[in-house]
Design a protein around this ligand. Structure first.
Ligand code: MN
Length: 255
């Protein structure tokens, strides 16, 4: 079993080291990760500029490729160019912060996994719910248990799983729940200030309204202290809407 590991918090992030420790107990693990933080970058890729790639030795723990690009770039580059052997599984994380609900859309961590799935490889994103003291050691042990369970189930080619680990400062997770994404949007606002030069600057802030999330959703289960597993797909088509709009009156002749 050979792993490729990426993340969106950068190659030096403690979450990546924890995931590397968890995975490398089960097989060789190559690391190809962004040189700096790429949180909330989504499935962006570099097309207008080249990427600097450096071989790096991190924490006396592993050698990896540091990439001046996005998480999806890292996986693409690894698959097409860098790796001597194709991985059996692509891993991304462990992200500092949950990727539940609509955060899935913004997450660079998830995009790293999803890019692996696009290459037809099973891919798993790991994210840890935020709290004051992020315990990546404990989260890594949870990730390893979950990873072993997933591998034992022989995941199909191209599946993309998002694993969220509840904050570890309240004790061990209560169990595992497989659930759908919550659909509630953030309650967002901008902090507006005036810069010394006189122009306005805006800083995004907000909160996820857990209380309005469906009780069977990832947000609710995570909030209740469960590890959540959500299968994701790249096809964002709204099938119900597709049937509905097909019956709308569309122009049938142009010009
Ligand atoms: Mn991140």
């Amino acid at each position: 079993m050979r792993f490729l590991i990426t993340n969106d918090d950068g190659i030096l992030a403690p979450g990546l080291a924890a995931l590397h420790e968890a995975a490398s107990a089960l097989g060789p693990a190559d690391v190809v990760a962004p040189e700096d933080t790429q949180s909330a970058i989504g499935h962006a890729i570099s097309v207008l500029q080249p990427m600097v790639v450096r071989r790096l030795h991190v924490n006396n723990q592993f050698h990896g490729w540091s990439v001046g690009g996005r998480p999806a770039d890292c996986v693409k580059l690894a698959m097409i160019e860098l790796l001597p052997e194709r991985p059996d599984v692509v891993l991304s994380g462990i992200n500092a912060g949950a990727n539940a609900g609509i955060n899935v859309l913004y997450s660079g961590t998830i995009a790293g996994a999803r890019e692996g799935a696009l290459f037809g490889v099973p891919a798993i994103a790991f994210s840890l719910e935020l709290c004051d003291e992020l315990d990546f050691g404990a989260a890594g042990r949870v990730a390893r248990s979950v990873l072993e369970a997933i591998l034992a189930a022989r995941p199909p080619a191209g599946i993309c799983l998002s694993v969220n680990i509840p904050r570890m400062d309240r004790g061990l997770p209560r169990g595992v729940k497989c659930c759908a994404q919550a659909a509630v949007n953030w309650e967002e606002f901008y902090e507006k200030r005036v810069a010394p030069e006189g122009h306005a600057v805006y800083w995004l802030d907000g909160r996820i309204p857990h209380d309005r999330a469906h009780p069977d959703s990832d947000l609710a289960a995570l909030h209740d202290g469960y590890v959540t597993i959500t299968p994701l797909r790249a096809d964002l088509t709204d099938q119900a809407a597709l049937d509905a709009i097909a019956s709308w009156r569309w122009p049938h002749k142009f010009g």
